[in-house]
Design a protein around this ligand. Structure first.
Ligand code: SAM
Length: 141
């Protein structure tokens, strides 16, 4: 949608060999290999995004603790009016994978009370089916 937009991806495993060959990947994507919650990676991403508009999409390790750490580390990159998107909040019985254990939905519940500058944007779930229920967090201030 924005031809000047860029994607920065983070993954703890390097699975990028094929994707890196694509022209579009070479033009638009920066691949960062490491843990999304490693302080060095957080600083690198923060530096790269400084002064730019950003959407943050979380889709790595789906345990509550990890997702909550990611939310705490990256929410500051999200501009007012933009989104922190927490993926796969449907697991741990919301309504799938009942036995997963606390995951993204529980991280959202833990994050929101102390971050009133974000609110769930239910409009993003208007097509009814989503794997990210309550996961579209809009920064409102
Ligand atoms: C559900 S997959 C999603 C991958 C990608 N977002 C996609 O949509 O294709 C989860 C990914 O998170 C990566 N991962 C697991 N723990 C991680 C961590 N601590 N930091 C960064 N990535 C991690 C895994 O290697 C895996 O590739």
């Amino acid at each position: 949608m924005n031809p000047k937009g860029k994607v920065i991806t983070i993954d703890i495993e390097d699975k990028t060999a094929e994707t890196r060959k694509l022209d579009i990947a070479q033009k638009l994507i920066t691949f960062v290999i490491g843990s999304s919650t490693d302080p060095k990676i957080v600083s690198e991403i923060t530096e790269r995004v400084k002064g730019k508009k950003a959407i943050v999409i979380l889709d790595s390790n789906h345990t509550k603790d990890h997702v909550l750490k990611e939310m705490e580390n990256y929410w500051g990159l999200v501009n007012v009016g933009s989104y922190l998107i927490v993926q796969d909040s449907d697991i741990n019985g919301h309504p799938v994978f009942k036995h997963h254990g606390p995951g993204p939905m529980e991280a959202i519940d833990a994050f929101l009370p102390s971050h009133p500058n974000f609110q769930i944007d239910a409009e993003r779930e208007r097509l009814i089916f989503t794997t990210n229920p309550r996961g579209y967090l809009k920064r409102i201030q």
